[in-house]
Each structure stands twice: as C-alpha cells, then as structure tokens.
Design a binder for this molecule. Structure first.
Ligand SMILES: Cc1ncc(COP(=O)(O)O)c(C=O)c1O
Length: 397
C-alpha cells in the first residue's frame, strides 16, 4: 500500500459482528446444526405487488437517474402516507428519499453536525450510530439506560447530558436492540427538556409499523414544540420486507432537508429509480401484507418472550415493537459467584457450544445483555431458546 487509509477510517470501529457472522457461516458449512437468532431483517419475501412494481420499472424504462432527493411521485406518496397513517404533516419539499434508513441518518448527520458538536445517544443503541456520528466528526455522548426503565431515557438523564455543544439528540423508537418504545406521554415528559435545548432530535422510527398489543406510534414530531426540530427517519426495510431494495426516507424542516439532499446529490446522485417505483406501491396501497407480517411477528414475540421470561436471573423488558428480545444475563454468573465473562464471550460460547447465533450486547453499547431476534420460525425460536436456557443453567451449577 502506498499510503495507509485515511484517519477517518481508523477512527471508525470495524464491525464486531462480522466475526460472528463469518463463524456462523463456517459452522453451517461444516454441517453443524446452527440456528440463528442474530438476524436484523424480516424473514419474509417482499410482498408480491411491490415486487411487480419493481419489475414494471425495469421493463418500462424507469431506470434512469431521478431527482436527487427522490422522485416527486414518491415524495408525494410518502407525504400522503404520513398524513393518512401517522398524522404527520410533511410536504414533498420536506421529504428526502435515500438508499435506506441508514443513509437518511448519515445525510442528516452530515447536514446537521459540525466538527466537535456533541450528539446525545442513549445506550443501548443501533450499532451504526456512534460510528455515523464520528463520520460526521461529531462527538457521541452516551447515556446509559437500564431494563428497569424499559431502556428509555428519563428527562433528568437527558437534562444532565445536555451541554451548550449539544447539536442533536438521537431517539430510536421502537428500539433496536431493546424493542421498547416511547409512548406519547413519555415523549411529552421529555419535551420541555428537548424544547429548551437548542438542538435537533433525530427520531429513528424505522420499526414504526411493527408494534404489538394495539400500540400506536408516537413521534416527537407529533408534539408542536418539537415538530420544527425533529428529523424523522423511516424506511421500507422493516415494514415491507425490503431490506435489499435500499429505500429509506426522512422528513424535517425544508432547509435541513435541502442541505441533506445537496450532499446526497454529490455523493450518490439519487436513490435507485427501480426501488423508488416499488416504494410508491409499498406506501400507497392496501397494507394487508404489512399487517400480516406484523401479526406473525407478534405471535413469535409471544412465544420467545414466554420462554425467556422463565429463565432464572435474567431480566428483559417485554418487546413492544421491532423483533428483538434483549435479556440482561450477567446476574446468572453473579448468582453462581462467578465473574461474568462479557457478552462477546457468551455469544461466542453459545455459537461454539450450542450452535446458536446471537448478537452480543456489547455491539449495542450494553455488555450485560445479548440480543435475540425473533425474525425466525417458531420451531427455530423454540429449539434455540431451549439450547440457550440449558447453557445458562450450566453456568449456575
Ligand atoms: C434502529 C435502526 N435504524 C436504522 C436501520 C437501518 O435500516 P435500513 O438502512 O435498512 O433502512 C436499522 C436496521 O437494522 C435499525 O435497526
């Protein structure tokens, strides 16, 4: 190599999960009975009407560059969807379409954050956040939360973390990895603190349609005092089983959306024309497929949570949305008078000894837990949870 890679690449952690993914694949190739509870995407096919719309685009010349911030047709469809389904008023000029929700987040961060600006990030967090903040040359300020508070941040915690350098607060609701969400009342409790702070609220709502037990989605953008400072982020990935289509969208005040769109226009020109055409179908038409997937996830949630809840010395909030259970497991070892080996070691042992792939909590900023995904069949959930329970029992002997 003539030169080492630029400093910005060395400031960013490489994914700790890659090792687990590679090892899972290697064990499978050896013919081991590996079960995976590690995936972060729906295990459904993209619904048929959306696939048909994608094929139509390919066959009918909808295959060229589009407007950088997304086609007007799609931004209108998203604007109408947000109004119809979520009671959120955003005009097409306030909407940005990007290559996945993660890309919307990246664009908003690059558009909002100057070098040295602080970004408040409650942990556990979706693992990309600290690195995206650093790519934008911001400084992550982590707030630790606990299962006792359903891993939600309190107004007092938030107040304490704010400083004159705070430029943004990130809220993930429902959360990956904890699957808990902020109710309207809980957001209202945070609102006076957030409204006083002169900063953006990046509200990551990519799991907004995967809610259980009749819950409805609450967004900071619903609160008049927070609407003008909210950067709303969503995606077709989880709601419509479209992870590989790479289609996300965000909304916010026109100025910051235009700035983000300017960055996007130089970096990627536009999102895929084919995915945008398919996304019009996804957000516009009847939502039976989405609702069916949600019902299946709720059944799997019931099954997995009923199993995990019985494990001794393990604490996990009941998932309110998304598709993860996030059990805190360190007390299993403490109870037995043994040192807790850490979530990375536990995840590795589960894979090597029980052939169950999980995600270590450490990658989400909480080493005391592991993440179990219920984007898996009921048989897989039953068998894998049985193996984990056996493993935890053995640690207590
Ligand atoms: C909380 C959260 N935000 C954003 C994303 C990004 O999703 P995508 O880029 O596929 O839209 C994910 C994906 O796992 C997520 O869990």
């Amino acid at each position: 190599m003539i030169h080492p890679p630029a400093d910005r690449t060395t400031r960013i952690a490489s994914s700790l999960t890659l090792e687990i993914v590679a090892r899972t694949a290697a064990l499978k190739a050896e013919g081991k009975p590996v079960l995976s509870l590690s995936v972060g995407e729906p295990d459904f096919e993209t619904p048929e009407p959306i696939r048909t719309a994608g094929k139509y685009a390919i066959d009918h010349g909808i295959t060229r560059y589009t407007e950088a911030r997304g086609t007007l047709e799609l931004r209108k469809a998203i604007s109408e969807k947000l109004s119809r389904e979520q009671n959120l008023a955003y005009s097409p000029e306030q909407i940005l379409v990007s290559n996945g929700g993660k890309h919307v987040i990246t664009n908003f961060m690059l558009a909002a954050i100057n070098p040295g600006d602080e970004v408040i990030l409650p942990a556990p967090y979706f693992l990309a956040y600290p690195e995206l903040i650093k790519i934008a040359e911001g400084v992550p300020v982590i707030i630790e939360t606990t299962p006792e508070s359903r891993y939600l941040v309190s107004p007092a915690q938030l107040e304490k973390a704010l400083s004159p350098r705070t430029k943004m607060v990130v809220l993930i609701t429902p959360s990956n990895p904890t699957s808990t969400l902020y109710t309207k009342g809980e957001l209202e409790a945070l609102a006076p603190v957030l409204a006083k702070a002169n900063c953006w609220i990046l509200s990551d709502e990519v799991y907004e349609h995967l809610l259980y037990d009749g819950r409805t989605q609450a967004s900071p953008a619903h609160l008049p005092e927070l609407y003008g400072r909210t950067l709303y982020v969503s995606s077709c990935s989880k709601s419509y089983a479209m992870t590989g289509w790479r289609l996300g969208y965000g909304a916010g005040p026109k100025g910051i959306v235009a700035a983000a769109a300017k960055l996007q226009s130089q970096m990627t020109s536009s999102p895929s024309a084919i995915s945008q055409h398919a996304a019009v179908e996804a957000v516009s038409n009847d939502q039976r497929d989405r609702e069916h997937m949600r019902e299946v996830f709720q059944k799997r949630r019931d099954l997995m949570y009923a199993l995990v809840e019985k494990w001794p010395n393990v604490k996990a909030p009941k998932p309110e949305g998304a598709f993860y259970v996030f059990p805190r497991i360190d007390a299993v070892w403490k109870q037995a008078g043994k040192p807790y080996p850490g979530s990375l070691t536990v995840s590795k042992q589960l894979l090597e000894e029980e052939y169950v792939a999980t995600m270590p909590g450490a990658v989400f900023g909480d080493d005391l837990a592991i993440r179990l995904s219920f984007a898996a069949s009921e048989d897989t959930i039953r068998e894998a949870c049985g193996r984990i329970e056996g493993f935890l029992q053995r640690q207590m002997e």
